[in-house]
Design a protein around this ligand. Structure first.
Ligand code: C2E
Ligand code: CA
Ligand code: CA
Length: 810
């Protein structure tokens, strides 16, 4: 019924709505679209009435449904619902406008008011049924509050569209349809711009969201990686709060400490540490917590430390140390612990992360090495290097502080070589171990006992006030050593000579001290067994002198400075030459004659005695054979003259003595019974253990023995009777004593009686006067020797003597 121009406008309007419906603008992050179609729908309503608006609403619904849904029902129901809603709203518009105009409202005002009201109505008709259907589907009551909340903004848009449409229609009535055309163009441009801008905005937002999601994913992965690394790490790990409570532990730590995690969590971490190390560890942790450059979690991933002493610092952010832990069974184990800052992302609290690994076996190996390096394997005492090191520390301390006085005791066992040679090495070792034990038991706590090597021991006694205290300690050690012990069934009485030196002499090196203590020990040894000597400076000179002489003696033996003199021995009843005693002489090119008491002792100490004895035996035997050849009466039957040679204690312990004696006798062709070996009583009694075998072997060869200096050694009579001894030589001191006091004669008588009761021949030496000779003869002495009878003679003097008949001095 409309004129064609209006009809064309309606058709164009519907087309415009359909086209505009193709370009809805989506509200970002919703399923909702807004469009400008409503403006044109409402404009059509105002310009051409409800039917035109219904057509437009239907077209809009159709295009919209076609775009958003595949379902036929939606494609039919949506345009239908739109048309119906507009049909109802259009009717309401017509009625409202007429009513308003009827009330005298101006046509423009009535149109605008009616359009606005219908805009809201249209919104309600469009949304309410839809919501009702959804609510019914979900079996929920229709909530008007929800409706207002979620669709309120659509109502506002509907209202604005209606108003805009009203204004457009008003303007077009005034200025013609051009206004509509311009509005359409402007709207299209706005829609296009809005769509573009929204899309760009949306793209930016999506990119940002993607980045955020990626970062979150990365953080989550990191957390997962950390958890996996923490849980399954081979190194024991713990996360500990600043108050020291353990927050988290991994399996490796539980294994390491042999405890379930429950026993470790929420407990003080220091509880698992060795009490001796816990305090130091706590100090290190506190220092770390207070360190100025403590940057939580910014600590560089410090590599686990290599072998290091407890307390290796890395920097302000972490530290490593080696310390002991207690495992579940109370056993100690060594661990290398690395500690660094840590922030738990879960509660953002600062804490510490500990990494621990077991280094027990390495530490044990190190300890063993250290022990081996500083201990003597036989006795488990400190060894020489350990002693020297400790001594060096003591020297330094005493240099700066007079309170730090110390004494060094140098011990040398008195009879070790004999035990070793006669009873074997295992016996020697047993003796050394026993001595070590006794020394260690007898020193004060804190004193260091060391075995310097062989049978030498040393004691470092620190914090001693004066040398007297060191002397007292030495006496105590001697007492402890004196107790006899049984080795392989033989009773051995250990003894030692002890040299002492004291720090008040102002030493600078450990070597100086040991050298002086050693010198003092030699001085002690020279004084006899089981003695103590305190070092003094004269010892240096004496020692230097002695060393020089020792060297000279060695040369003297090779260079013919030694000679032998022979002192004749006489049978007293009837008086006749019965033998000679060979006495060694040393004519020093510069010093002149040196007493045998000096150089024999020197030879014994320096080990030259063996060569000297062999040389003297060879000389003496050779000499006697030469005399026997020149004077056959010397070899005659029962009146044979024999040769006495002195041997020393060391010779008795020497396995070579027997073959040497046998060879010499054989070589010169002297009957063995013409050789008598003299051994001093003290030597024999001191070396009984080792001497017996040698004596027996020589006895087998046929050699005779005489006990020299008899009466001075307190021999055990029981022993004497069992020994293969032929004669006793009464010591010179008894002979000398006789002329001084009459009671001394009784002593000599007793000694002689003793010898005779044992069935031994009795010899008296040192006879210087006729009175002595007469007394001794009267007492029944068989053989005499002394200056009165003859001085020791050079071989050529003996030759002259042999040509004449000897006569008793009168
Ligand atoms: P001895 O074995 O007791 O030797 C006797 C010493 O007394 C000798 O001293 C001798 O010269 C000395 N003498 C002899 N008659 C008298 C006397 O009437 N009055 C005094 N006052 N002295 C007398 P000598 O030669 O100085 O020897 C000292 C010691 O040296 C010896 O004491 C002996 O133990 C040792 N000795 C000497 N030569 C050797 C040797 O070749 N080997 C060993 N192992 N020791 C030796
Ligand atoms: Ca002698
Ligand atoms: Ca003698």
């Amino acid at each position: 019924a409309l004129p064609w121009v209006a009809l064309a406008q309606v058709q164009l309007g519907v087309l415009l709505v359909a086209v505009a419906a193709c370009f809805p603008v989506q509200i970002p992050r919703t399923r909702y679209f807004i469009g400008v179609t409503d403006v044109f729908v409402f404009a059509l309503l105002a310009l051409h009435g409800a039917p035109a608006a219904v057509l437009a609403a239907g077209a809009e619904g159709l295009v919209g449904a076609w775009r958003s849904s595949q379902r036929l029902t939606s494609r039919i129901s949506t345009p239908a619902a739109g048309s119906l809603a507009m049909a109802a709203s259009g009717q309401a518009y017509g009625l409202l406008q007429q009513a308003l105009v009827g009330q005298g409202v101006g046509s423009h005002g009535a149109m605008l008011a009616a359009l606005c009201t219908v805009g809201l109505l249209y919104f309600c008709c469009n949304t309410l049924p839809l919501l009702a259907v959804v609510a019914a589907k979900n079996n929920k009551p229709l909530s008007l509050r929800d409706w207002a909340q979620s669709y309120g903004w659509l109502a506002a848009i509907s209202l604005a569209s209606a108003m805009l449409a009203g204004l457009l229609v008003m303007n077009s009535r005034q200025f013609g349809l051009v206004v509509i055309v311009v509005a359409v163009a402007v709207t299209a441009a706005v829609v296009a711009l809005m769509t573009l801008s929204l899309r760009r905005h949306e793209a930016d937002r999506a990119a940002q969201e993607a980045r955020l999601a990626e970062a979150q994913r990365e953080a989550q992965l990191n957390q997962q990686r950390f958890t996996a690394a923490f849980t399954h790490a081979a190194v024991g790990m713990a996360i500990v709060r600043t108050d020291g409570l353990t927050q988290q532990v991994n399996q490796a730590l539980c294994r390491l400490l042999g405890q379930p995690s429950a026993a470790l969590l929420q407990r003080l971490f220091t509880d698992v540490l060795h009490p001796g190390d816990a305090a130091l560890f706590r100090r290190r942790v506190e220092a770390l917590a207070q360190s100025p450059n403590a940057a939580p979690n910014a600590a560089p991933p410090a590599a686990p430390q290599g072998p290091g002493n407890a307390g290796d610092a890395l920097d302000g952010n972490a530290f490593s140390m080696e310390l002991r832990c207690r495992d579940g069974s109370g056993q100690d184990l060594w661990v290398a612990l690395h500690c660094s800052h840590f922030i738990d992302p879960a509660d953002a609290l600062p804490g510490l992360i500990y990494q621990l690994h077991d280094i027990t076996s390495r530490r044990l190996a190190e300890d063993r090495l250290h022990h081996t390096a500083y201990h003597d394997s036989l006795t488990d005492l400190a060894n020489r290097s350990c002693f020297i090191e400790r001594l060096a520390v003591a020297v330094d301390a005493s240099g700066t502080d007079a309170e730090h006085g110390f004494g060094v005791l140098f011990l040398d066992l008195d009879r070790f070589k004999i035990v070793n040679d006669s009873l074997g090495h295992s016996a020697g070792n047993q003796l050394l171990r026993e001595v070590a034990r006794r020394l260690a038991d007898s020193v004060r706590p804190g004193d260091l006992v060391a075995r310097l090597g062989g049978d030498e021991f040393a004691v470092l006694a620190e914090r001693l006030d004066n040398p007297g205290a060191a002397l007292a300690l030495a006496q105590r050690l001697l007492l402890a050593l004196q107790q006899p012990l049984l080795i392989h069934g033989t009773e051995v009485q250990p003894g030692a000579s002890i040299g002492i030196t004291f720090s008040d002499l102002g030493y600078r090196t450990a070597d100086e001290i040991l050298r002086d203590a050693d010198l003092a020990m030699y001085a002690a040894k020279a004084g006899g067994r089981s003695r103590v000597a305190l070092f003094d400076h004269s010892m240096h000179e004496r020692m230097a002198e002695k060393l020089k002489l020792e060297g000279e003696l060695r040369r003297a033996i090779g260079e013919g400075q030694l000679s032998v003199v022979y002192q004749p021995l006489f049978d007293l009843e009837p008086y006749r030459l019965s033998g000679f005693e060979a006495l060694a002489r040393w004519e020093h090119p510069e010093r002149g004659p040196i007493s045998p008491t000096v150089f024999i002792a020197l030879a014994e100490e320096s080990g030259h005695i063996e060569a000297l004895t062999h040389w003297v035996i060879n000389q003496a035997v050779g000499q006697l054979v030469a005399w026997r050849i020149g004077h056959p009466q010397l070899a005659g039957g029962g009146a044979a003259v024999d040769m006495h040679v002195n041997i020393s204690g060391r010779d008795l312990a020497n396995a070579n003595l027997v073959p040497v004696v046998r060879d010499v006798l054989q070589q010169h062709g002297l009957p063995a019974q013409c050789l008598t070996l003299e051994i001093t009583e003290t030597t024999l009694m001191g070396k009984l253990e080792t001497a017996l075998d040698t004596l027996a072997a020589l006895r087998k060869v046929g050699v005779r023995f005489s006990i020299d200096d008899f009466g001075t050694g307190y021999s055990s009579l029981a022993y004497l009777s069992t020994l293969p001894i032929d004669s006793l030589k009464i010591d010179r001191s008894f002979v000398m004593g006789m002329s001084q006091a009459p009671q001394n004669v009784e002593i000599v008588r007793a000694v002689i009686n003793l010898g005779q009761s044992l069935g031994k021949k009795v010899i008296a030496e040192g006879i210087e006067t006729l009175a002595q000779l007469a007394t001794l003869k009267g007492l029944g002495v068989q053989v005499g020797q002394g200056y009165l009878l003859s001085r020791p003679l050079r071989p050529e003097q003996v030759g002259a003597l042999l040509g004449h008949k000897v006569s008793e001095p009168v």
